[in-house]
Design a protein around this ligand. Structure first.
Ligand SMILES: Cc1cc2nc3c(=O)[nH]c(=O)nc-3n(C[C@H](O)[C@H](O)[C@H](O)COP(=O)(O)O)c2cc1C
Length: 212
């Protein structure tokens, strides 16, 4: 059984929008207008200088998804091989592996990028402004998708093969930088989802003085 739209208030959406890997419905197509609605909402996100240099490539063509999935799988395997066992729980590893194994079957992939390439000596402000001009929109997209019964997984693993993926989908890689790939599908079963587990507020927030 797959889920439909969910009724969550804003606090519910913010706390109950997990990365969905095992519970993506791989057999139910996602209508294009639904993705377009979510992207339309995402375009209201803050971005540096309101330049809106972002680009979003929506991929639902099976052949292209399969091509991207091959690169994703290779990059993800390399990432897991290089990650010390204590850094990721068994469950987390299983989730990452599952998505890598099934990515070609995920109904929609949204590849986000931004115009330009950072120089190698880019300042911290340039780096933050560059990538940070896309992430708020991606999170808005994920929240909008969630409210429509869709699950998402924000990923960056394939960026180790950025050039190959650029060639595959026709991105001029000297002019645009890829930022992330979001896997999208309907969620299966009960899509209530618990609040995503996070550290307690007092461990990470301080007032009027930085706590390391
Ligand atoms: C910048 C960024 C990169 C990520 N890259 C990947 C990835 O390549 N593969 C993946 O399976 N998950 C990826 N994730 C998802 C995180 O693993 C996930 O957000 C985190 O484990 C917390 O889980 P939750 O989103 O379900 O709360 C990424 C998340 C972010 C914010």
């Amino acid at each position: 059984m797959t889920a439909g739209p969910v009724s969550l208030d804003i606090d519910g959406l913010l706390t109950r929008t997990p990365t969905v890997r095992h519970r993506l419905d791989l057999s139910r197509p996602v209508p294009r207008p639904l993705i377009a609605q979510c992207l339309q909402l995402a375009l209201h996100a803050p971005n540096g200088g309101n330049r809106q240099n972002w680009r979003f490539l929506v991929i639902d063509d099976p052949e292209t998804r399969a091509g991207i999935a091959l690169h994703y799988r290779a990059a993800s395997d390399a990432y897991l091989a290089a990650t010390p066992p204590e850094a990721l729980s068994e469950k987390a590893v299983a989730g990452v592996r599952h998505l890598a194994d099934q990515l070609h079957r995920v109904p929609v992939l949204v590849l986000a990028g931004i115009r330009g390439r950072l120089p190698h000596d880019a300042t911290l402000a340039q780096q933050s402004g560059f990538f940070g001009s896309v992430y708020p929109a991606l999170w808005s997209f994920m929240l909008a998708a969630r409210s429509r019964g869709l699950g998402t997984a924000l990923t960056t693993a394939h960026l180790a093969h950025e050039r190959e993926v650029a060639a595959l989908v026709g991105i001029p890689a000297d002019a645009f930088t890829q930022v992330a790939l979001v896997a999208v599908g309907y969620t299966t079963g009960d899509c209530g989802f618990r609040p995503t587990p996070r550290q307690p507020l007092h461990d990470v927030v301080s007032w009027n003085g930085w706590r390391s």
